[in-house]
Design a protein around this ligand. Structure first.
Ligand SMILES: Nc1ncnc2c1ncn2[C@@H]1O[C@H](COP(=O)(O)OP(=O)(O)O)[C@@H](O)[C@H]1O
Length: 186
């Protein structure tokens, strides 16, 4: 397995500068949230560092790699292949970064859509991806305030609802898994 510095070095050849900045923001936020809510700090750090490692791959390449890795490509992911950057990223973390911890790999796998059985670590990464400080827009700035003092489940639900609302407003397809994630948190 690579050390953190080596992993960041390798990552910088796979994603652009802005994405790397976002990734380091997610790492720092995930470490804080793991401390606050009692998740494994080292696992949070690694899941955060690698969560977007497949983000630069084109739609075609994501579909190809998902197929190669035996990932089930449902109808929605077929239409919105960018969603595959999460499960494909988990496989790349395993195969190219030597991560074999299932908790870390699952947190990467579920960071965009969540699921009905999220662990504390999954939730920390899901939330950190949404609220890390380099993401600047009104809805996220407001959400950062709203999640203060909330339980982890409430905070994740709010982040999930914001993502669903945003995609609705943009006239995009909504993956039902994010609705399931949201419903289970009510
Ligand atoms: N629930 C969803 N249903 C459909 N598309 C989604 C959903 N959530 C996110 N997306 C889309 O998938 C892409 C990646 O989402 P995300 O991982 O949140 O990206 P980023 O972290 O770069 O903002 C975006 O284009 C987003 O609009």
């Amino acid at each position: 397995m690579l050390n953190e510095e080596e992993a960041i070095e390798k990552l910088s050849t796979m994603i652009d500068e802005d994405r790397l900045k976002h990734t380091l923001g997610v790492r720092d936020t995930a470490i804080d949230l793991a401390q606050k809510y009692g998740a494994d700090i080292d696992k949070a750090k690694w899941a955060a560092l690698l969560h977007d490692c497949a983000k630069r791959l084109s739609n075609n390449r994501l579909l190809q790699r998902a197929d190669e890795f035996g990932i089930v490509i449902d109808d929605i992911c077929q239409r919105v292949p960018t969603l595959l950057h999460a499960p494909v990223g988990a496989e790349i973390a395993k195969r190219e970064f030597g991560i074999d911890d299932k908790d870390i790999l699952n947190a990467i796998r579920f960071h965009t859509l969540g699921n009905k059985n999220m662990t504390k670590l999954d939730k920390v990464i899901f939330l950190a991806d949404y609220i890390e400080p380099n993401r600047r827009c009104k809805a996220i700035d407001e959400l950062r305030d709203r999640v203060k003092g909330k339980t982890l489940d409430e905070a994740v639900r709010l982040a999930c609802e914001n993502t669903i609302k945003y995609n609705l407003e943009q006239g995009r397809i909504i993956h039902p898994q994010s609705i399931e994630t949201r419903n289970i948190l009510i």
